[in-house]
Design a protein around this ligand. Sequence first.
Ligand SMILES: Cc1cc2nc3c(=O)[nH]c(=O)nc-3n(C[C@H](O)[C@H](O)[C@H](O)COP(=O)(O)OP(=O)(O)OC[C@H]3O[C@@H](n4cnc5c(N)ncnc54)[C@H](O)[C@@H]3O)c2cc1C
Length: 286
Amino acid sequence: MRRFEILEPRSIQEACNILAEEDVKVIAGGTALLILIKQGLFVPKTLLNLKKIKGSGEITYNHQDGLRVGGLATIYDVESAPAVREHYPLVAQACHVVANIRIRNMATIGGNLAHADYQSDPPAALVALDASVELTNRNAVRTVKLTDFLVGMYETGLARDELLTALLLPPPPLNSRGTYLKFTTRSSEDRPCAGVAATARYSGGICEEVRVVVGAVSPTPVVVIDRDAVQGKELTSDVIEKIALRAEAAVDPIDDLRGTANYKRHLVKVLVGRALAACVPTEGLR
Ligand SMILES: Cc1cc2nc3c(=O)[nH]c(=O)nc-3n(C[C@H](O)[C@H](O)[C@H](O)COP(=O)(O)OP(=O)(O)OC[C@H]3O[C@@H](n4cnc5c(N)ncnc54)[C@H](O)[C@@H]3O)c2cc1C
């Protein structure tokens, strides 16, 4: 049996003080970390359990600042929060397809982002919505764009003495649609083989802005089509097909247990086409 100590701070400040002074490893839901410990890949001396910090998973929204999700909010808290469902349905959709309800009830959004496993669902949707993360140490709080935070496979911009204390989303654009599509190759509850998030903003039925982000095929989410690519056009099937082909050419997938690079490249084309088709405006957006 492996023995280790667990510290249970009651506030972010207390947790940051411990992080600054002691050699500890942060644990939140434990869904990723406990697997590493059980497999012997990580042997902790002391764990810093964040789950006893009250209010650290709070979710708040206002029209000026947008959404703030405390780092300790579970994936289920995020997908079921009324503000998320109403203003950021794309995020609710991406969180809802993570694993199964047991995992989503334990796993935190902070843990998902800090662990930075490339085969994850929320990051693509969050990058599509221009998310940032709030990082806190004992002396300061800084905000970093999620695209800069996710540096590589299991690699982030988190410093050793920092906690991920919140996920931040700007106010959602008006007249926009978004969707997240996940494809799994093993079971429906498995991590994604590929995931695509797409958003489109319209004026008078004409596209003003599109963003397509591919997740789970490369070390970090890939923004394949940004803002202006289809500006001033209608999202016809020809335009969608061109973008899907462009996305297929833009990605450089990793071969892994869930699929070969060639298979994933093909998947990206299919998923991008489907995701954009789901973003074609309805009457209400014209
Ligand atoms: C069976 C299974 C299926 C899964 N399927 C999916 C899936 O389909 N899609 C998907 O996206 N994900 C999937 N996951 C991954 C899951 O989403 C992550 O394991 C989870 O979100 C990690 O959160 P946690 O709170 O459990 O993190 P923990 O395991 O507690 O921690 C993970 C890492 O993050 C660090 N950390 C945690 N919180 C913070 C914080 N606030 N500040 C700084 N560092 C922190 C820890 O030190 C550790 O290094 C699956 C996991 C399992 C076990």
